[in-house]
Design a protein around this ligand. Structure first.
Ligand code: SF4
Length: 219
């Protein structure tokens, strides 16, 4: 694989994705510039459609938009506010635990470090990366979700089984200037063109650069 091809493909994907809406967590980041809201909405967004996350985040933040305010709510109240996001009961408990830690250990602020973020309940590598990139506007990570993992494997940029491996491999081949927006771009591309089942290869702008690894059916 030539580095030159990566740059060309990134450019083409970027152009294509101008047509599509930003993922909800990026929207919240752009609107609020608030790492706490980015962290919490990212947790709500896991295994949940963007439209549902948007409404749940709005309902929650209208009532409670700081760790202190969320801690004043009962877990049942949080459940009700964030329903029907996926795993809403577990997420409600995790939100309380996160807010308790933020208050007690970080003076009510979201920690600005990979190590500390990963200590928070329910925060995995993707949520940590999203918080660093879109909460703190840092170009320090490539958050890898199912879209990033699947599209980069189809392109044959990586040959990996798990998103954690994909993240490690991408750091080796993606120029750092693209890290911050990489997730954003590939989520939009994965939601609209390189969709999980039967991707739209016939109208894909990077068709001629793509090896379509693992694609059994396309449109
Ligand atoms: S050609 Fe098909 S598999 Fe490759 S990136 Fe485009 S849509 Fe995805």
């Amino acid at each position: 694989m030539k580095q030159n091809n990566i740059n060309i493909v990134l450019k083409l994907i970027k152009k294509e994705c101008r047509k599509y809406n930003n993922p909800i967590v990026t929207e919240i980041s752009d609107l609020t510039k608030n790492p706490f809201k980015v962290l919490i909405s990212c947790i709500l967004s896991l295994r949940t459609k963007d439209a549902v996350t948007a409404k749940a985040s709005k309902r929650l933040f209208e009532i409670a938009d700081t760790p202190e305010k969320i801690l004043k709510l009962r877990t049942k109240e949080i459940e009700k506010l964030i329903y029907p996001v996926g795993f809403y009961k577990t997420k409600a408990k995790n939100l309380k635990s996160i807010c308790r830690d933020l208050k007690e250990k970080y003076n009510g602020n979201v920690p600005n470090s990979e190590e500390e973020l990963l200590k928070l309940k329910g925060v995995g590598r993707k949520t940590m990366g999203i918080t660093m990139c879109y909460g703190f506007n840092k170009c320090s990570h490539i958050p890898v979700d199912s879209h990033v993992h699947q599209v980069t494997n189809r392109l044959n940029w990586v040959k990996t089984k798990m998103p954690e491996q994909t993240e490690k491999e991408l750091y080796k081949i993606i120029p750092k200037k693209h890290w911050r927006n990489f997730n954003d771009l590939f989520v939009k591309f994965g939601q609209n063109i390189c969709v999980p089942v039967s991707p739209f290869c016939s109208r894909c702008p990077v068709n001629k650069y793509c090896q379509k690894i693992g694609v059994k059916r396309s449109r």
